[in-house]
Ligand binder design. Structure first.
Ligand code: ASN
Ligand code: ZN
Length: 318
């Protein structure tokens, strides 16, 4: 630290782990305009081009005729708002990164994704598996959180670290929805994708409350006993995410109240903790959530006890 010349506009966050010392810088003074996102929505007109198509709506402009454009714009706004209001984070990179949405991507395209470079792509769905993906507030929260994770822990997208990457996106995606709707832990449905599933995948893509029960095809485990060893889907990243998803559900409901307050704060503190390395296992992540809970709420707090309970329940050793 002594050898670092500190710019006055940054503070250094420093942590030690067994292998190395890690340092990250965070903006100390907010950007001019912080608190307001910079959204642009483009119409891809069913092409699979990965560069932005026709600009359909930009920040501050009134709604347009295309519902998909407005839904993407609004859901970007709700995601920005959770991160800003609750975690004081200014967009995906915490430096006000403009958020670009590319709607009507492809023909009947059954997915939505973050490209790692500032763009979120939205398919219209085929009407059977998925419908218009712009409608899913938790789906937008999920995809933009992939961007946040990329700027923070950068969890490697395979095996346990990949399942953690997926789970962190589900957790914050669900929190965006719960915060927007004002739902406490008892009122929330803890489903992911309920607003974008067609008849084949109804009623939802995933359930944090009851992994494995969201739809006919859902094979997510809720505990380590059901951990799926596979080479498909990068080692089952969308399957084994059920385990940390369920841990978060148990922790949030054990604490009670609004999930974005304590449980969400613990998860956010962990995600930005420089001790969380890209290759983290479930156990490493769990231990860091316990550390975050103890640091913020106290070693003998209810919150720290709930974190222990949650990981015990899913059989991840803390
Ligand atoms: N919507 C998916 C996700 O965010 C896209 C993918 O499978 N990579 O996980
Ligand atoms: Zn994902």
């Amino acid at each position: 630290l002594d050898t670092l010349q500190l710019d006055q506009s940054f503070r250094v966050v420093r942590a030690e782990n067994a292998a190395r010392t890690v340092e990250t810088t965070r903006a100390l003074t907010p950007r001019v305009g912080a608190g307001t996102p910079s959204r642009s929505i483009y119409d891809q007109k069913h092409s699979t081009a990965t560069t932005p198509g026709t600009l359909a709506r930009s920040e501050g402009q009134a709604p347009v005729a295309d519902v998909s454009v407005n839904q993407a714009y609004d859901n970007f706004g709700y995601t920005y708002k959770l991160y800003w209001d609750i975690f004081h984070r200014d967009s995906i990179d915490d430096q006000g990164l403009p958020i670009e949405g590319l709607v009507h991507f492809g023909a009947n395209y059954d997915n939505a994704f973050w490209d790692g470079a500032g763009h979120m792509f939205f398919g219209d769905g085929d009407g059977q598996m998925l419908t218009d993906t712009t409608k899913g507030i938790d789906v937008v929260g999920h995809e933009l959180t992939h961007g946040v994770t990329q700027h923070e822990a950068n969890l490697t997208y395979s095996g346990q670290s990949g399942a953690l990457n997926e789970s962190v996106s589900d957790v914050f995606g669900s929190l965006v929805k719960q915060y927007h709707l004002g739902q406490d832990v008892a009122t929330a449905d803890w489903l992911i994708g309920a607003d974008i599933v067609g008849p084949q995948l109804a009623p939802a893509l995933r359930s944090m409350k009851a992994p494995g029960t969201a739809n006919h095809y859902d094979n997510q485990p809720a505990t380590m006993d059901g951990y799926v060893h596979t080479t498909s889907d990068n080692g089952g990243v969308h399957t084994n995410s059920g385990i940390p998803n369920h841990a978060f559900y148990v922790i949030a409901t054990t604490i009670g109240g609004n999930a974005w307050e304590a449980a969400g704060q613990i998860w956010y503190d962990t995600l930005v903790d420089p001790r969380l390395r890209p290759n983290a296992t479930f156990s490493k992540f769990a231990a860091l959530t316990l550390r975050s809970a103890r640091t913020r709420y106290g070693a003998s707090s209810n919150e720290a006890a709930a974190v222990k309970t949650g990981w015990d329940e899913v059989k991840v050793r803390v």
